[in-house]
Design a protein around this ligand. Structure first.
Ligand code: ISE
Length: 335
């Protein structure tokens, strides 16, 4: 049994606590931490009475009963917890982003390399989604030729007022940044952002929708429509157009209803439902691989690549220009 401590008991943190407690085989939550006591208590309520509560993540990491750490605090707070957990050699599952700046990501990567152990898995759950996996298998089969273009949509029905223009990159498009790089196995080289006419439903300070354009080393062009006040649902689409055919990601299976001379079907309304199984799979995989001492999911280097790409997209938002994306050479440790 892997004894897990969870830092951050907001919506995502509690979702993970519930998952580990109710559905993950071979792990249990033995401690939770949150600066906000009421949130920590809510987290503990899922895990049970024996689960310890901490206000400081550092104390949780150093609890000898905690063997592995889940970091689900806000992105800006990840670095401190990551470095502390690496220092004491504990396995880590970290929600995206790894860190909010490329420099911080490199500091964490350096610490992980120096520790000599692969400790960090990142929460890019889409790599565990059945639909994306089917698309990847089709690309890898070679049947459809080389990928040329990828068309994506990332639509949310609504976002809170606190959601900013920048978050369309850091919080939302970050999923396509990782999953498309994994799907086509190619690194991004440039980024651009277009601002179409703004929806009347967006807050004054928010540009919505946005079109993010990315180009890879091999010249694949990716367009990602990020539209977070689309109203009609949590709608994720991906089509990879190749030389000999096109591969469209399947949608979740729901019945189609016929009524009043109309055919309709369900669209999910949030990521917890849409990616429910993918979240379960990623956490189960992390637990299974922890027992073998390896990380087979997205790692710290993937987190660094995603943060560099996101930085370029944010610069593209601000300048309106096509911004080059530059990465360091991949260390042997991550090859
Ligand atoms: C949120 O943080 C997510 O990760 C969701 O998948 C994304 O759709 C949403 O826009 C983000 O705010």
């Amino acid at each position: 049994m892997l004894n897990v401590g969870v830092i951050g008991c907001g919506g995502m943190g509690r979702d993970h606590i519930k998952r580990i407690t109710e559905r993950t085989q071979g792990a249990k939550v033995v401690a939770v931490a949150d600066m906000v006591e009421a949130l920590a208590q809510k987290g503990q309520a899922f895990a049970g009475e024996s689960c310890k509560i901490y206000s400081d993540g550092k104390d949780l990491i150093n609890d000898p009963n905690v063997e592995a750490v889940f970091i689900v605090s806000p992105g800006f707070a990840h670095k401190e917890s990551l470095l502390e957990a690496i220092k004491v050699g504990k396995r880590i599952f970290c929600e995206k982003p790894l860190c909010t700046t490329a420099a911080d990501c490199l500091e964490v990567i350096d610490a992980e390399i120096k520790s000599g152990k692969h400790l960090i898995q990142l929460g890019f759950m889409r790599r565990y989604d059945k639909g994306y996996r089917q698309v990847k298998a089709a690309i890898q089969s070679g049947e459809y030729g080389e990928p040329l273009m990828v068309h994506c949509t990332h639509r949310n029905p609504v976002v809170p007022d606190s959601y900013t223009t920048r978050m369309a990159v850091d919080d939302t498009a970050i999923h396509e940044i990782d999953v498309i790089h994994w799907l086509v196995n190619d690194d991004f080289v440039s980024a651009q952002v277009l601002f179409p006419r703004k929806t009347k439903y967006a807050a004054d300070h928010l540009y919505d929708p946005q079109i993010m354009l990315l180009r890879t080393k091999n010249g694949i062009c990716v367009d990602d429509e990020v539209f977070v006040n689309c109203k009609f649902g949590y709608d994720i689409n991906c089509e990879v157009v190749c030389e000999d055919g096109a591969i469209k990601m399947p949608q979740p299976l729901y019945p189609s209803y016929r009524k009043g001379a109309q055919v309709s079907t369900t669209i999910d309304t949030d990521c917890f439902v849409r990616f429910h199984d993918a979240y379960d799979e990623e956490v189960q995989d992390w637990v299974n691989e922890a027992a073998r001492g390896v990380v087979s999911g997205p790692n710290a280097w993937d987190g660094y690549l995603a943060t560099c790409t996101a930085d370029a997209l944010v610069k593209a938002q601000e300048t309106g220009e096509i911004v080059p994306i530059v990465f360091k050479e991949r260390p042997d440790f991550y090859k």
